[in-house]
Design a protein around this ligand. Structure first.
Ligand SMILES: Cc1cc2nc3c(=O)[nH]c(=O)nc-3n(C[C@H](O)[C@H](O)[C@H](O)COP(=O)(O)O)c2cc1C
Length: 366
């Protein structure tokens, strides 16, 4: 996918997630083949005020890899200033959040509340566009609309593009839905149909498997998919998507030793990039993500609440993986998963998704 002059390959992005997509998490996803990661949303006002907590989240990817920064606010000058700060740390793109449904954000008339103020939303895009050099695209992430009586995503997206947005990401839920119900593929398809062809439209919502990814691409014609919750404890999803897009066999779920290694890699990244006093909290989250769905993991997650010493928790989690491997625990689960897998969707070839339009010949459409 090309966002103006910026190439994103493969066509899959990590969704910004507050308190999740910190530098360690983003790095793990990058190491597993995601096309681009974006910081969690950062308050433009807080960045302008030099708030330490917010500044700590404004982090460049490691190893010189490209990354995006997401900002939110409703004052053009503040957003322009925040965009300068993103540019100064080397951001490859600046994304404006117009989709957050959280009460505290909407109460400040930011996030998804901006979908009710398209003229101001355009001013914000113009201000950020004017603040950045032309090689840094301005993009926007928004929802289907405010509620199911105001599904204005297609017109809204077109207005943003007219103001200078080089890509839009659509989470196919309304603000009032929050995270309930399901993300509408139909509204994403309508945005794709409405927005000029050279502007990429990214589909977002409920993609947790390779099959979901393919369905999103085929049914909406979107140019790429953004994945959030499906990546928690499952960076291998990006590996599968990358392989599939390259015409290779997706390697599928990791072995237990791979899972343990990536957990330990995540821990190493925390040690280098997470403030000492936050490590135990972040570690508990990682334990929950990497062990979710594995046999007898509930006990480990309960125990994880007790230790105050990160080393004890790391050791017991590593031991859990080793013991599980020795007992052949995952084999039983993997056999069940393979038997349950409906491969009708993965029979579609990447080439079937030519230039966006859903293909009638696809198994999904059939
Ligand atoms: C914990 C959490 C934090 C989130 N924080 C942000 C955020 O900072 N910026 C944003 O645009 N969306 C945020 N979102 C929304 C996600 O980016 C995404 O749109 C949503 O989760 C739907 O995609 P998914 O089903 O792949 O998770 C957040 C979602 C979750 C679950």
């Amino acid at each position: 996918m090309k966002i103006a002059h910026l190439t994103v390959e493969p066509d899959v992005l990590l969704a910004p997630m507050a308190a999740v997509t910190d530098l360690p998490f983003r790095t793990i996803c990058e190491e597993h083949g995601v096309g681009l990661t974006i910081t969690e949303f950062l308050s433009a006002n807080a960045l302008c005020a030099g708030a330490k907590k917010e500044l700590a989240k404004l982090t460049a990817s490691v190893g010189g890899r490209r990354f995006g920064v997401q900002i939110f606010g409703r004052e053009p000058e503040a957003l322009a200033h925040a965009a300068h700060m993103a540019r100064d740390i080397g951001a490859a793109l600046v994304d404006i959040n117009m989709g957050c449904p959280a009460k505290r954000v909407v109460a400040g008339l930011c996030g998804s509340a901006l979908m009710r103020e398209p003229a101001l939303a355009q001013d914000l895009v113009r201000a950020v566009r004017a603040a950045l050099p032309m090689d840094i695209p301005v993009t926007v992430k928004h929802r289907a609309g405010w509620d199911d009586r105001h599904l204005n995503a297609p017109e809204f997206a077109c207005a943003l593009v007219e103001a200078g947005a080089a890509m839009v990401t659509v989470h196919g839920r309304t603000r009032t839905q929050g995270f309930s119900g399901s993300s509408s593929l139909e509204i994403i398809r309508k945005v794709r149909e409405a927005v000029p062809r050279h502007i990429p439209v990214v589909g977002n919502g409920d993609v947790k498997t390779l099959e979901d990814y393919i369905r999103m691409r085929v049914e909406t014609g979107c140019d790429a998919v953004m994945i959030g919750r499906g990546a928690l404890g499952n960076p291998w999803l990006f590996r599968d998507i990358r392989a599939w897009l390259h015409g290779q066999n997706p390697p599928g779920p990791p072995s237990l030793s791979e899972r343990r290694e990536v957990f330990l890699r995540h821990v190493d990244l925390m040690r280098s990039h997470t403030p000492e006093k936050k490590i135990i909290h972040e570690l508990r989250k990682a334990v929950a993500w990497y062990t979710k769905g594995l046999p007898d993991s509930a006990g480990l997650r309960d125990q994880a609440q007790a230790p105050k010493d990160p080393d004890a928790l790391i050791a017991s989690t590593a031991r859990y993986f080793v013991e599980l491997e020795q007992s052949g625990g995952l084999r039983r689960r993997a056999q069940g998963a393979v038997a349950a897998c409906d491969n009708s969707v993965t029979n579609i070839e990447p080439g079937d998704m030519a230039a966006g339009a859903p293909t009638e010949s696809s198994a999904v459409a059939a």
